[in-house]
Ligand binder design. Structure first.
Ligand code: NAD
Length: 514
């Protein structure tokens, strides 16, 4: 008798309606999935990089053909507007395929490096080889690109991949699985396992060769603990509480527009959302008024011309509610938006800007991941840096000033994986830059060269022609000690004593032949 598999229900957060049911991957299938991934690894890793890139290009072709369909699936499954599905989920994935297609060969090719004089007669190079089976676990806020970019990077580097997308957006996970099928990847090279945290935990325990995780700090710690048991290397891309620092000499209109977009795009469910804005006191009120004007012009909805979609995950709505209630009870003032007591039951939350906020409040210390923007005044450059660095997170942040020397100076002092000057979030889109967090925002980097190299072992090779009978440092040691003393004194002296070096080296060589 066949047991009936459980289903993941895909709900449209915007309408609350069930849109699909996706078959869950049973836990009993986990070892079989790994067996298949391990079985095809020798074949996939044996392909040349350009052969693997051919598959990625096919994937891009399929994506381009189905662009509208995929953006509709992402929008329906997350509640985000289609424009954002296209610009922030699909575009970064297409761009990553392009970037990897252009650069993977040069990043991962064998690299000759210098060999110091001490190793006279030898050559050195570095070689990159794939790790094996990579497990990618991804979240619901950008369910397409945060799954696809690590998956295609790991594939280009020669690994086979098991992807566990978020159970909150199962339709997007299914869409990804179908795209790889349509692109004709060999069976087992990419497998998508559909399920929740139990499945994620079971896949983590099965000892992949690398884990690439994007999600919350809480889950990141659980995964890291499990991975440590078998010393499995990981990349953890975790939460953020990104600050904006706005000086009085900034282009204030632009800063206000930037703050509103960075705080409310994807309904604030962005790891790099602007979650706290520090404004120099003389322009504080003016800035708040500019922000209010911008916010009040935005349109909620799911139509093509709308700006703000719905929240995606019902539990997240409650976190936003709790943080706002706590702040209001402690004296925060709503500049625009509504207190939770006036919210309706739906997933479209009012865009709320608050002032009279203190550094110790949860809306300043904890990740909100919702459409909530606290604005705080500051009085000096040092104070702004201190406040910006005063959370456990360090993902991204921005500094706004027309004085670029000052902006760069402040940017250098922020403890975070990325910083943007007079702009927001955008560094994520430049694949020449590494991406990742400081402090509890994560461990490791991807994108850029690192994005391919993390999925490889780095092998250091030294090559000797093998013609000489022996090496000076090999046995016997008899009579070599005083010669070494002279050799090192000549070699390491501030001004190298070349005659001393040659004399003692020749004597050492002779001793090796004796
Ligand atoms: P989450 O940690 O709840 O879940 C992420 C993934 O982990 C899901 O697929 C989930 O099923 C899986 N999971 C949960 N428990 C697990 C366990 N014990 N073992 C293995 N897998 C498990 O995060 P989320 O709510 O989906 O995503 C939101 C979080 O992700 C936010 O904190 C956000 O800041 C962060 N995020 C970070 C980045 C980044 O690049 N730094 C990007 C986007 C989102």
């Amino acid at each position: 008798m066949h047991s009936v598999n459980r289903k993941l229900t895909a709900i449209s957060p915007a309408t609350g309606k069930v849109i699909a049911e996706i078959e869950e991957t049973p836990l009993s299938q986990v070892s079989e999935i790994y067996e298949q991934a391990r079985a095809v690894f020798p074949i996939w890793s044996d392909l040349s990089i350009s052969e693997r890139i051919t598959y990625l290009k096919k994937l891009k072709e399929v994506m381009l053909k189905e662009l509208e369909n995929i953006s509709a699936v992402i929008s329906e499954g997350t509640g985000k507007v289609k424009t954002e599905a296209l610009t922030a989920d699909l575009m970064p994935t297409l761009d990553a395929i392009d970037h990897i297609s252009r650069h993977a060969e040069s990043v991962l090719k064998r690299k000759r490096v210098k060999t110091p004089l001490l190793l006279f007669g030898k050559k050195s190079y570095i070689e990159y080889f794939p790790r094996g089976v990579v497990l990618v676990i991804s979240p619901w806020n950008y369910p397409f690109q945060l799954a696809m970019v690590p998956v295609i990077s790991a594939l280009a580097s020669g690994n086979t991949v098991i992807l566990k997308p978020s159970e909150v957006t199962p339709l997007v996970g299914k869409c990804i699985e179908d795209l790889f099928l349509k692109a004709g990847f060999p069976e087992g090279v990419v497998q998508v396992a559909h399920g929740g945290k139990e499945l994620g935990a079971a896949l983590t325990k099965e000892k992949p060769d690398y884990i690439f995780f994007t999600g919350s700090v809480r889950t990141g710690k659980i995964i890291q603990e499990q991975a440590a048991k078998d010393l499995i290397p990981t990349t953890l891309e975790l939460g953020g509480k990104d600050p904006m620092i706005i000086f009085a000499d900034a282009n204030l209109e632009r800063a206000a527009k930037g703050a509103v977009w960075a705080a409310f795009t994807n309904s604030g469910q962005v790891c790099m959302s602007a979650e706290r804005v520090y404004v120099e006191r003389p322009v504080f009120r003016k800035f708040v008024e500019l922000v209010k004007k911008e916010v009040e012009a935005l349109r909620h909805g799911t139509e093509e011309d709308d700006d703000i979609g719905s929240m995606t995950f019902p539990a997240q709505r409650e976190i936003v509610r709790e943080q706002l209630e706590e702040a209001l009870a402690a004296g925060a003032i709503i500049e625009t938006g509504k207190p939770p007591s006036e919210w309706d039951d739906g997933m479209f939350l009012p865009l709320t800007v608050v002032s009279n906020v203190h550094q110790s409040m949860k809306i300043i210390q904890e990740e909100t991941f919702g459409p909530l923007l606290p604005i705080i005044p500051f009085d000096s450059e040092d104070e702004a840096v201190k406040l910006a660095n005063d959370t456990k997170y360090g993902l991204n942040g921005s500094v706004w000033s027309r004085d670029l020397a000052k902006a760069r100076r402040v940017a250098s002092k922020l403890i975070s994986g990325s910083v943007v000057i007079n702009d927001v979030i955008i560094n994520f889109v430049n694949h020449y830059l590494p991406f990742g967090g400081a402090k509890q925002s994560g461990i490791g980097r991807y994108h850029g060269e690192e994005g391919l190299k993390i999925f490889c072992h780095e092998k250091a090779v030294v090559e000797n022609s093998g013609n000489r009978l022996s090496e000076v440092h090999w046995y016997p040691y008899k009579g070599k000690y005083p010669l070494y003393l002279n050799f090192f004194k000549s070699y390491f002296s501030e001004k190298r004593d070349w005659i001393g070096i040659m004399k003692s080296y020749l004597k050492l060589m002779k001793k090796s032949r004796d």
